[in-house]
Design a binder for this molecule. Structure first.
Ligand code: PDD
Length: 277
């Protein structure tokens, strides 16, 4: 497989990353995961916009335009003949003698991207998954798609060890999002999810779901749920680029609603299928 390394395409084995790359040492960089369906990038422009926005928020200048960036992602998918899969792309602040402050602006950023075949997790869409509530110990700029994922990684590990698919993160009483997904509850036909601010990542799949709700006339209320609200929800689901719309049928060992994916969740899954078809 070909990988992108700054302005070149090379074989994976040819990539050389400095031991003093700031991504490696500080997690000083940002990333995106873009889905590929039937050889086409899904919501590529939205991911590219967020990539540039995340980079700008931490003062990294992407060394090409959005159009060139788009073309690069497209070319990589073509070169590797990806059918159903994903592109992972990241940019770091580059390599410089280790010091916390940003290096001189003459130090070039380092961009890498690679593709992978990834099947759609259909069984999970059908049956739903279990989740575990876990305190959100991350920093206060979760709107940035940072390479620093320690809080996310630790939460996911704790969830997996409890035989759960995902963590439902909460800051005190307020439910924020998942370790790598956004979270939604459905009560009396109304979808609730955390508003877009610094406490969550503004998910692209979230935007797709919001749009579907508007089209299907399902009220979409951007208000954080309280932990106590969880047990009263009729339905629960999560969204992400890879997990699409995954029903959550069990939280902390208790069934959500009937214990099976709910009607609104199903409607939104169908709407999503139409969009990617
Ligand atoms: N994760 N919240 C967090 C913390 C995430 O890491 C992600 C995505 C999302 C959902 O965003 P989107 O719908 O744009 O994928 C929400 C990616 C897939 C990952 O790290 O693998």
């Amino acid at each position: 497989n070909w990988v992108m390394w700054n302005d070149r395409y090379v074989k994976e084995e040819e990539i050389m990353i400095s031991i003093e790359d700031r991504g490696y040492q500080f997690g000083d960089g940002i990333y995106e995961v873009i889905r590929v369906y039937e050889g086409s990038l899904f919501t590529a422009q939205e991911h590219i916009d967020r990539f540039f926005a995340s980079a700008e928020k931490i003062g990294i200048v992407v060394p090409f335009t959005k159009d060139v960036f788009h073309k690069r992602m497209y070319d990589l998918v073509e070169m590797n003949e990806v059918r159903t899969g994903q592109v992972y792309v990241q940019i770091t602040r580059g390599a410089a003698p280790r010091a916390h402050q940003y290096p001189d602006s003459s130090v070039p950023a380092v961009i890498t991207a690679y593709t992978k075949e990834v099947a759609r997790p259909l069984t999970q869409f059908e049956l739903g998954v279990a989740a575990k509530t876990i305190e959100d110990i991350r920093w206060l700029r979760c709107d940035i798609k940072s390479l620093n994922l320690l809080g996310n990684v630790m939460a996911k590990q704790e969830a997996i060890q409890a035989n759960c698919f995902e963590a439902i993160l909460h800051r005190g009483d307020r439910v924020t999002e998942g370790s790598s997904s956004n979270m939604y509850g459905v009560k009396d036909g109304i979808v609730y999810t955390h508003p877009v601010d610094n406490y969550i990542l503004n998910g692209i799949t979230r935007s797709v779901v919001k749009e579907s709700c508007q089209r299907l006339r399902i009220p979409f209320v951007e208000e954080a749920m309280d932990l106590q609200d969880l047990s009263t929800m009729d339905e629960f689901f999560l969204t992400s680029t890879t997990a699409e719309i995954t029903p959550i049928v069990e939280i902390d060992g208790n069934s959500v609603g009937s214990g099976r994916p709910g009607n609104i969740t199903r409607q939104l899954q169908l709407a999503f299928e139409e969009k990617i078809a």
